[in-house]
Design a protein around this ligand. Structure first.
Ligand code: COA
Length: 357
């Protein structure tokens, strides 16, 4: 028995921006971007909100719309839990998950957001598996809590809103998109075989994005500041401070390549498996070179990794489920295959999960 993946889907915004088009914004070129990252183009949400992208990916995963992969159509009332993994939700309140719950009409779902940066989907799926296992064992259901039998996990990002489009070392990397997976507790299937989550410090702030609250706060250490509202009006006239991703590329690169290889090694060890048992590894798509470094460290053929970074870029929490849906659409994963999902990102977070398809 276990937590089985029974559907997945993806969504990319309509606008696709080629590397050379970014020359209009920063001093860069296609060759630099492709050789350093493997990225050729990315999709940018102009009209679409984070919620629009999340909805499209979810509808495919639920078998409501064509384009995804699903074992069957899931009815709205079947979903007990909805997690949206994101760092770029449309609102602080309501959560992206609450908005998506209403959009999709999932009457029985409890819904919340999860921020583990680019490792979000691995974290979210691990939470789902744990709640399903507890429910099946009668732990969560026993005291009238919320038993979880089926869950929807979505990774959705509109990173273009938190990208500094004048900073060439970051803006060429990111894109917008969403991916989704539906999981079901199945007495007959193994499903998730193990997961391994890690948090480590990022003491130098190698990867950050400040949250800028814009409302004036009319208090200081001495108490109320009567003129604060007037000062705020001046600030507002001067423009709000920027909220954008900042990154020390090389520090993040080193962390990422090491963390990715370690996470795969640990999850396989925990599950009593070896790389030879694995049909496909779906990594966070931050940079093709990071995957190559990790593959070398793992002594694993690059063919085992599914990559779709070339036309999506780094979509943070959307990246793993988006690539997973892409792998299913490409026919790379068949029933019974063992698959590893692996992520790494801001925090620093990292982690891997292995499941039997
Ligand atoms: N186009 C052209 N030149 C660029 C550029 C761009 N978009 N961005 C940076 N450069 C320049 C730099 O200014 C530098 O020039 P200089 O030598 O004259 O100072 C040169 O290219 C090399 O920069 P460097 O930062 O050393 O490049 P790099 O080989 O480390 O590659 C990254 C930069 C960002 C691609 C790489 O560090 C990386 O991928 N890091 C991890 C990023 C990541 O995945 N983050 C998310 C993790 S979840």
């Amino acid at each position: 028995m276990g937590c089985a993946l029974i559907g997945c889907g993806k969504a990319l915004p309509a606008l696709e921006v080629q590397n050379d088009e970014l020359k209009a914004l920063v001093d860069t070129n296609n060759e630099w971007i492709v050789t350093r990252t493997g990225i050729e183009s990315r999709h940018i949400a102009v009209e679409e909100t984070n919620l629009d992208l999340a909805e499209r990916a979810a509808r495919e995963a639920l078998g409501w719309d064509e384009g995804g992969w699903s074992e069957r159509r899931i009815e709205p009332e079947e979903i007990d839990l909805l997690i949206v993994c994101t760092i770029s939700g449309d609102n602080l309140v309501p959560s992206e998950a609450s908005s998506l719950r209403m959009r999709l009409g999932l009457p029985n779902a409890i819904a919340f957001d999860l921020n583990a940066a680019c490792t979000g989907f691995v974290y979210g799926t691990t939470v789902v598996e744990a709640l399903m296992a507890a429910s099946a064992a009668g732990v969560a259901g026993a005291a009238g809590r919320n038993p979880v039998r089926r869950a929807l996990v979505v990774g959705a990002e509109r990173l273009s809103r938190i990208t500094d489009w004048a900073e060439r070392s970051t803006c060429v990397l990111f894109g917008d998109g969403a991916g989704a997976g539906v999981f079901e507790w199945d007495e007959e299937r193994a499903g998730v075989l193990g997961s391994h989550l890690v948090n480590e410090d990022d003491p130098t702030g190698a990867l950050t994005c400040a949250l800028t609250y814009d409302m004036p706060v009319p208090f200081s250490e001495d108490g109320i500041v009567p003129d604060a509202n007037a000062e705020a009006a001046v600030r507002e006239k001067a423009g709000n401070p920027q909220q954008a991703i900042t990154m020390n590329g090389q520090a993040v690169f080193k962390f990422a390549a090491r963390a990715m290889a370690d996470a795969v090694t640990c999850v396989l060890e925990n599950a009593g498996l070896s790389l030879d048992d694995i049909a496909c590894i779906v990594p966070h798509q931050a940079n093709e070179r990071i995957v190559k470094f990790a593959a070398k460290k793992l002594e694993c053929d690059m063919d085992k990794f599914h990559l779709c970074i070339a036309h999506a870029g780094n979509t943070s929490a959307a990246s793993v489920p988006l690539a997973l849906a892409d792998a299913y659409a490409a026919g790379r994963i068949k029933r019974g295959d063992k698959v590893v999902l692996v992520g790494f990102g801001g925090g620093f977070t990292s982690g891997a999960l292995v499941y039997e398809a």
